[in-house]
Design a protein around this ligand. Structure first.
Ligand code: NDP
Length: 325
């Protein structure tokens, strides 16, 4: 079986494609023939070593996979089942999806929704499923389409692209913040009504600014998240999931105590199965095939290695889907 393997010596980390024997994989109660994986921002951090994502070496990266069960001793899964895995430390502490086989815990899997192929599920991947978790947070907060505009930051990235499509399909008016102003047609094609330049949010600003947005989805952190909080309307909410700008959050309590703003933290890695299934139900119901195709770029395992630096530089639009076969 072919796999990307990350190895570490005392002085450096190396990522390359290797031919492994399936017996070299860790134990798991379900063995999967992987068909597609993805490159998320976190996978790019792992492959390049830019951040300490990997905590065990050697490691097969890939926080996502979709494929077919080959063997199972888990009560929920049998040979032939089509499954998806997102997160749970796979690609970080347990060998991941950028390989032709994976042995995993059956408790980590969810059934592939019948409307999707394994490729389409991986166009969505952790980025898209996290976008759905963020949309669910805003909907459960009680924000309705007629409450006002919803801001999506890192709009042309994986989380941002799928978040725009899901919000637009649910009837919300979406403002897309992006560093790629040339991608305005793409973002409007996903359902954004207008775009703003992300530079307008990335400088340090006052903790309370003009109230603009009913809600927001932020994958950026740093000054951007602080400015988003400062621009939310009274009792608005932001679902924060990322740190593409910075892990820092330089603001004050003012938006929270004077405007009743709510900050929802969104984690995809350890989210309980019921929450995941709800998110995948939204994705299956609201994502149209033409939208999925418009965000997808198909690559191979070697393409994943070549493009990891471009992902971290914010140069990629939408989602990279990896055919591992
Ligand atoms: P992508 O690589 O697909 O997209 C990242 C986007 O962020 C870029 O395309 C760019 O969009 C924007 N960006 C890049 N650099 C900056 C910067 N300095 N300031 C502002 N924006 C920037 O990543 P994903 O969509 O997969 O992930 C986005 C973030 O969300 C990452 O930090 C990731 O780790 C996090 N994440 C967290 C999850 C969780 O469980 N909490 C799950 C999934 C992702 P543009 O040019 O349009 O501004």
């Amino acid at each position: 079986m072919k796999a990307i393997v990350i190895e570490k010596t005392e002085s450096r980390q190396h990522s390359g494609i290797k031919n492994l024997d399936a017996s070299e994989l860790p134990d798991g109660d379900v063995s999967i023939r992987v068909e597609y994986s993805t490159i998320n921002y976190k996978d790019a951090l792992a492959i390049t070593g830019a951040s300490p994502v990997v905590r065990k070496w050697p490691m097969i990266p890939g926080i996502d996979l979709a494929g077919t069960v080959e063997q199972s001793s888990h009560p929920r899964w049998k040979q032939g089942d089509r499954v998806i895995l997102n997160g749970w430390g796979v690609g970080e502490v347990h060998e991941g999806g950028l390989a032709q086989r994976a042995n995993v815990k059956g408790d980590w899997l969810i059934a592939l929704p019948s409307v999707f192929t394994t490729r389409q599920a991986m166009i969505i991947g952790t980025a898209g499923y996290t976008a759905a978790l963020c949309v669910d947070a805003l909907v459960h907060h009680g924000i309705r389409p007629d409450d006002g505009e919803i801001l999506v930051t890192a709009a042309s990235g994986g989380v941002g692209s799928i978040a725009i499509a899901l919000l637009a399909e649910a009837g919300y008016t979406v403002v897309a913040s992006t560093g790629k102003t040339s991608e305005e047609p793409y973002l409007k094609g996903l359902g954004a009504t207008r775009t703003i330049d992300r530079a307008a949010l990335s400088e340090s600003g006052k903790p309370l600014q003009k109230e603009l947005y009913a809600g927001a989805i932020d994958a950026v952190g740093g000054n951007t998240l602080a400015n988003v909080c400062a621009q939310l309307r009274y009792r608005g909410a932001v679902a924060a999931c990322g740190l593409a700008e910075s892990p820092k959050f330089p603001t004050t309590v003012m938006p929270f105590i004077l405007r009743g703003v709510t900050l929802y933290g969104v984690d995809s890695v350890m989210a309980p199965i019921a929450i995941r299934e709800q998110a995948w139900e939204r994705l299956a119901r609201d994502l149209k095939v033409d939208i999925l195709e418009s965000v997808a770029t198909d690559i191979t395992l070697s393409g994943a290695l070549e493009l990891a630096n471009d992902v971290l530089a914010g140069k990629i639009r939408g989602r990279l889907v990896v055919d591992v076969t």
